[in-house]
Design a protein around this ligand. Structure first.
Ligand SMILES: Cc1cc2nc3c(=O)[nH]c(=O)nc-3n(C[C@H](O)[C@H](O)[C@H](O)COP(=O)(O)OP(=O)(O)OC[C@H]3O[C@@H](n4cnc5c(N)ncnc54)[C@H](O)[C@@H]3O)c2cc1C
Length: 455
């Protein structure tokens, strides 16, 4: 839809000619390609959000209020977005006006004593964090990262992330806010509404947070938030962290008072108990779970979503119930363990009993120097020299195949780096291929040929 000239002119009068456009080329840059989220929807779901009627960059609460009132008068829909990380920040219908909030990008206050910051929509978490750290404070950042807007996440989106354990969820961290409601009226919540400052978002009466954002955020459907206060929390580290390298290969050394640990839990219950203890003792600053969506137990279902044109993430629940998916998933988890246990038994603990346990007697061999059958492996166990050593590396299981990176040493003057590929059927290793290459310690890149050994 093209905006009527008089409406466009009225909007232009509010924000200035430099901050409004209905140029189709520019409007197309405000369309979200849902293929960006293909990992969720499947690669065949390639759709863009609609083209808006105009884009406006307001510079103040007063301008936002005037825009919203004008939109109400002419019955035009509008949608505000701060950083555009989220697909829901874009127009969902053609005749919608896009409000790009990036011009309102000031940190208005960092209240060190009361531990909060007052921000506008265009402030990103990285900027707020850098400023907060200078005064011994920190801000929670959602898992999407430091380019997101604390105001957008706190007022309108989820806000979960690795800092939740210590720094709370954005829902909890939202204090006073300034809200241009869908009617165009301005509401200042909690202590702010009583002229007492930003420190509290609640009262009097029922929580306005529940109305404005609910639990997961209204995602731009409830007017425009123009300022808000965010709770900050203690930062035990230095004012700045010396960073080496550049994106994406940058690193930072942990400050003295922080440590990083990788913890593995045998079950969800164990993880839940540990998370409770870590939270209770206040020792966990950040916690990042690594199982993620693509955990081994979801892998085959995700492969189906990514390879079958009709499937999307919405089918995940149904796919996980599919007996075929369950069978392949269980087999691939078991096959991974079988190969690891078999290779460790054969070459590390030198236990001949693993051969009958894990190998099929009719084992098909593709290594040019080794005959078919598992019997030959039994002979190896007793004849391996004391200098022989095998180190398993990365292991990948996919369908009925397991691939394993490894280092064989003590067989000759140089160690050999290998990839062993195994096919398994009904819990037995039935076929084997391998690729072997002499290890060179001084590589051109300086990177070792073998890394990540499995201890
Ligand atoms: C790769 C990726 C990973 C992610 N991981 C996580 C995660 O771990 N945890 C999590 O919670 N989220 C996650 N998200 C979602 C992400 O957190 C949110 O998109 C983001 O935190 C919201 O802040 P934003 O700056 O991106 O806001 P925007 O993208 O600007 O907007 C988010 C929503 O808020 C609305 N909005 C923005 N500003 C205003 C305003 N001033 N007034 C009214 N409405 C407004 C928009 O319309 C939109 O619906 C992820 C997103 C991506 C793309």
């Amino acid at each position: 839809m093209t905006l009527p000239k008089n409406v466009y002119k009225a909007l232009e009068d509010i924000v200035g000619a430099a901050n409004i456009s209905d140029d189709p080329a520019l409007l197309d840059s405000y369309r979200y390609s849902l293929a960006h989220t293909a990992i969720h929807l499947g690669p065949y779901y390639d759709t863009h959000t609609p083209r808006g009627a105009a884009v406006l960059l307001p510079g103040s609460t007063e301008e936002v209020q005037a825009i919203v009132k004008l939109c109400n008068r002419y019955k035009i829909k509008f949608k505000a977005s701060s950083t555009f990380w989220s697909a829901q920040g874009y127009p969902s219908e053609d005749d919608t006006i896009q409000l790009d909030m990036r011009r309102m990008d000031r940190i208005l206050e960092i209240d060190e004593k009361n531990m909060h910051a007052v921000v506008e929509p265009g402030v990103i978490a990285a900027t707020l964090q850098a400023e907060a750290m200078k005064v011994g404070l920190n801000t929670h950042i959602p898992g999407s990262g430091c380019s997101c807007s604390p105001l957008a996440s706190a007022t309108s989106y989820f806000g979960s992330g690795p800092g939740n354990l210590y720094g709370g969820w954005y829902y909890d961290n939202l204090l006073g806010m300034e809200w241009v409601m869908p009617t165009g009226e301005i509401l200042r919540t909690g202590s702010l509404g009583s002229g007492c400052g930003w420190f509290c978002g609640e009262g009097p009466g029922p929580s306005m947070k529940g109305v404005a954002r609910g639990f997961l955020g209204a995602k731009g459907a409830m007017g425009v938030f123009t300022k808000c206060a965010i709770k900050l929390f203690a930062w035990p580290g230095p004012a700045t962290l010396p960073v080496e390298g550049t994106i994406p290969a940058y690193k930072v050394s942990l400050p003295d008072r922080l440590r990083a640990y990788t913890l593995a839990f045998p079950s969800w219950k164990a993880w839940a108990d540990a998370a409770h203890l870590i939270w209770d003792t206040g020792i966990g600053y950040l916690a990042h779970r690594q199982f993620s969506m693509f955990g081994r137990d979801l892998k085959y279902a995700m492969v189906k979503i990514l390879t079958e044109p009709t499937r999307t993430l919405g089918d995940l629940g149904e796919l996980l119930e599919d007996p075929e998916v369950q069978r392949v998933t269980e087999e691939s988890i078991r096959d991974f363990q079988i190969v690891l246990a078999g290779m460790k038994g054969l070459f590390i603990t030198r236990d001949a009993s693993v051969i009958d346990k894990y190998w099929s007697p009719t084992y098909v061999q593709h290594n040019p120097a080794v005959p078919n059958g598992s019997a030959v492996l039994k002979g190896w166990v007793g004849s391996l020299s004391p200098d022989f050593k095998y180190e398993p590396g990365m292991v990948v299981a996919e369908g009925d195949l397991v691939m394993m990176h490894g280092r064989y040493s003590g067989m000759g003057p140089k160690a050999m780096i290998s990839v062993d590929i195994f096919r398994l059927t009904k819990g037995k290793i039935v076929e084997h291929w391998d690729i072997l290459q002499e290890e060179t310690v001084k590589t051109v890149s300086g990177n070792p040929m073998f890394s990540n050994p499995q201890k």
